[in-house]
Design a protein around this ligand. Structure first.
Ligand code: DGY
Length: 334
C-alpha cells in the first residue's frame, strides 16, 4: 500500500532539523509546545493522521487502538524502547510499528559507563561536598571510593547497548559477564571477552557491578526482584539506564538504606521519578532519563523516523519494523 503525501502527526517537539525535513517530505503536523499529550488529545491527533510519530510519553495500549479509528497505518516511534506500545494490538488492526534502534546505543553506553564510574568513585558526593563547603583540603582517609579496574561487571541484556558497554568495560579493565535469553554470537563473545551466564541468580551473586540493559517486556518486569537483589554482594552496585520497571525500586532503596547493596546509578524510574529514599541516599546517583540525550543521537533518531515513514509511504517494508518476539534481548537503550 502506498500513501500519497501522508499526514504525519508529531506528539512532541522534535529537534528542528528533523521537523524541517519532516515538513519538506510529508504533510507534517507539529506540536507548538512540548508537553506530553493527554489521552484525549493524543487520540484526537492520531485519528486524523496516517502516521503517528510517537515517543515513550505516549501510552498506546489496546484501548487506544480500539478508539483510534481506521486512518492510522503507522506508528513511527522516536526511540528504541516500545514498552509503551501494545505492538500486538497495533498489528492486529493492521498498524505497523517502527522504532529507532542502533543510533543511540553508543551514547547510551557512554552514560552507563559514566554511572559505572561515578558511583564507586563517589563522584557526585564529591561535587556536593565541594558545593556545600565541606571540603577542607586533601586527606588520606576522606572520600574513599572503590577501584573499578579488576571488578566484575554483569550486563543483563547483551543487545546493542550491552555490547557497547562491554567494549568500554574492557578498556577500563572490568571483567565482562552477561546474562541474556541466549548466548551471543561466539565471535562477538570472544571479541568482548565476555562470559555468558545462563543462570541470572548465579551471576548476580558473583558480580561487583550489575548493569541493566534489557528491554522492558512482560517477562522482564521486576526481573531484579527483591529476592534477586538480595543475592547481590553487599559491596555491589546496580546501574540501570534501560527502564525503571525492570528493577523493584522500593526493594532496591530498602537494601541500599540497610547497607545490603553498596549503591546505585539510575537514569530511569519505576514511577517516572525516583522514590524519596533513593533521592536522599548519598551513595546513589540519579539522572533524569538522559542516556540518549545528545544532539547527535536525537537527530539520528529523527532520521530513522523519517526513513521508516518514507519507506512505508512508498509501499516498502520500513527497515526498523518492530517484530514481536524478535527484539527481546535487544536493549531499548535507554
Ligand atoms: C529509548 O529510545 O527508548 C530511550 O529510552 C529514549 O531515550
Amino acid at each position: 500500500m502506498k500513501l500519497e503525501n501522508p499526514r504525519v502527526a508529531l506528539t512532541r517537539k522534535l529537534p528542528s532539523p528533523v521537523e524541517k525535513r519532516l515538513a519538506d517530505l510529508f504533510d507534517a503536523v507539529m506540536r507548538e509546545d512540548d508537553a506530553p499529550l493527554s489521552r484525549e488529545a493524543l487520540l484526537e491527533c492520531a485519528r486524523d493522521c496516517d502516521v503517528l510519530a510517537a515517543t515513550l510519553s505516549d501510552r498506546l495500549d489496546e484501548q487506544f487502538f480500539d478508539a483510534v479509528g481506521d486512518r492510522l497505518k503507522l506508528i513511527a516511534n522516536f526511540g528504541a524502547g516500545v514498552d509503551h506500545i501494545d505492538v500486538a494490538a497495533a498489528n492486529e488492526r493492521g498498524i505497523t510499528v517502527t522504532n529507532t534502534p542502533s543510533v543511540l546505543a553508543e551514547d547510551a553506553a557512554d552514560m552507563a559507563m559514566a554511572l559505572i564510574l561515578a558511583v564507586p568513585r563517589r563522584l557526585v558526593e564529591g561535587v556536593r561536598a565541594l558545593e556545600n563547603g565541606d571540603f577542607h583540603g586533601w586527606s588520606p582517609t576522606w572520600m574513599l571510593g572503590h577501584r573499578v579496574r579488576g571488578k566484575k561487571l554483569g550486563i543483563i541484556g547483551m543487545g546493542r547497548v550491552g555490547e557497547a558497554i562491554a567494549r568500554r568495560a574492557n578498556a577500563i579493565g572490568l571483567s565482562v559477564h552477561y546474562h541474556n535469553r541466549n548466548a551471543i554470537n561466539p565471535h562477538i563473545e570472544k571479541e568482548l571477552s565476555a562470559s555468558y551466564w545462563d543462570d541470572l541468580d548465579a551471576m548476580l551473586a558473583e558480580m561487583d557491578i550489575v548493569s541493566v540493559n534489557c528491554p522492558l517486556t512482560e517477562s522482564t518486569f521486576h526481573l531484579l526482584s527483591k529476592a534477586r537483589l538480595e543475592r547481590l554482594q553487599s559491596h555491589a552496585y546496580v546501574v540501570n539506564i534501560s527502564r525503571g520497571e525492570i528493577v523493584d525500586e522500593c526493594a532496591l532503596a530498602d537494601l541500599i538504606e540497610a547497607g545490603r547493596i553498596a549503591g546505585a546509578g539510575l537514569d530511569v524510574y519505576e514511577r517516572g521519578s525516583p522514590n524519596a529514599k533513593l533521592a536522599a541516599a548519598p551513595n546513589v546517583v540519579l539522572l533524569p532519563h538522559m542516556a540518549s540525550a545528545t544532539v547527535e543521537s536525537r537527530i539520528e533518531m529523527g532520521e530513522r523516523v523519517i526513513i521508516n515513514i518514507k519507506m512505508f509511504a512508498d509501499g516498502h517494508k520500513p527497515p526498523d519494523r518492530v517484530i514481536l518476539g524478535l527484539d527481546e534481548g535487544r536493549s531499548p537503550a535507554t
